[in-house]
Design a protein around this ligand. Structure first.
Ligand code: PGA
Length: 255
């Protein structure tokens, strides 16, 4: 089990899921967490449409609120986009950037991700920067190279342990029920930690950056995955949609 001098972060990424009625799951999660005192921070990242209402439901529960994406400009003529400042204004403390679904569906490059992460920091938000290899890249033995390139390209100047979280999400593990072996997770996370040193001003700072694992995290595998060295929490998709599963992950790993 990694020993943490900082709380790991378990964040739920609802993706394009959730209607107003889904907030009952948040009520239920709040209740489950009320007396639980997990050894981790907990956050939910719903679609933009639910941010305001969810913020009210979360109240002073201690559960954080994050966005799933932001534009890099603070305002302007960008139909359909949301600025990091708008997320901060509505009560978010973090935003996911560079998720593989954004990289695939919207052609987001490392450079775009870097600009978005910089925007998050400008607005006072924590950036949760997602990186990860495709199955072809893994099969070709390129996983660590891909991670190095994404880290070098996606992290803006000024990243530190307080404003940046890295989410290692193998693309082939997202939503598939497949997960890497614990050895593969350990190798990737150790590599990310090493590469981060150059980005955050040294190994000491890099040691404090939270590196989440993401991709088919479930109540049944959370304990094993979160016990891997250099794994400092999880970014959870499908299993974050119900209080039962999301709390199941938190309790399996951090209670
Ligand atoms: P999943 O998604 O847990 O549904 O695999 C993880 C993610 O994409 O953040």
């Amino acid at each position: 089990m990694p020993t943490h001098t900082f709380p790991p972060l378990v964040a739920g990424n609802w993706k394009m899921n959730g209607l107003i009625a889904s907030l009952k799951e948040v009520e239920a999660l709040k209740e489950k967490l009320a007396d639980a005192n997990p050894r981790c921070d907990v956050m939910l990242c719903p679609p933009f449409t639910l941010l305001s209402r969810m913020n009210k439901v979360l109240g002073d529960s201690g559960i954080g609120l994050g966005g799933q994406d932001c534009h890099w400009e603070p305002s302007g003529a960008h139909t359909g986009d949301i600025a990091a400042e708008m997320l901060a204004d509505i009560g978010c403390t973090a935003v996911i950037v560079g998720h593989s679904e954004r990289r695939t569906d919207h052609g987001e490059t490392d450079e775009i991700v870097r600009k978005k992460a910089a925007a998050a920091h400008r607005a006072g938000l924590v950036s949760i920067i997602c990186i990860g290899e495709t199955i072809d890249e893994r099969k070709a033995g390129k996983t660590l190279d891909v991670l190095s390139t994404q880290i070098a390209g996606s992290l803006p100047e000024g990243c530190n342990a307080a404003n940046t979280v890295i989410a290692y999400e193998p693309v082939w593990a997202i939503g598939t029920g497949l997960t890497p072996t614990v050895e593969e997770v350990a190798e990737a996370h150790a590599h990310i930690r090493k590469e981060l040193a150059a980005q955050v001003g040294g190994a000491e700072e890099a040691a404090r950056v939270r590196i989440q694992y993401g991709g088919s995290v479930k109540p049944g595998n959370a304990k094993e995955l979160m016990a891997v060295d250099n794994v400092d929490g999880a970014l959870v998709g499908g299993a974050s949609l119900t209080a039962e599963d999301f709390f199941g992950i938190i309790s399996a790993a951090y209670l």
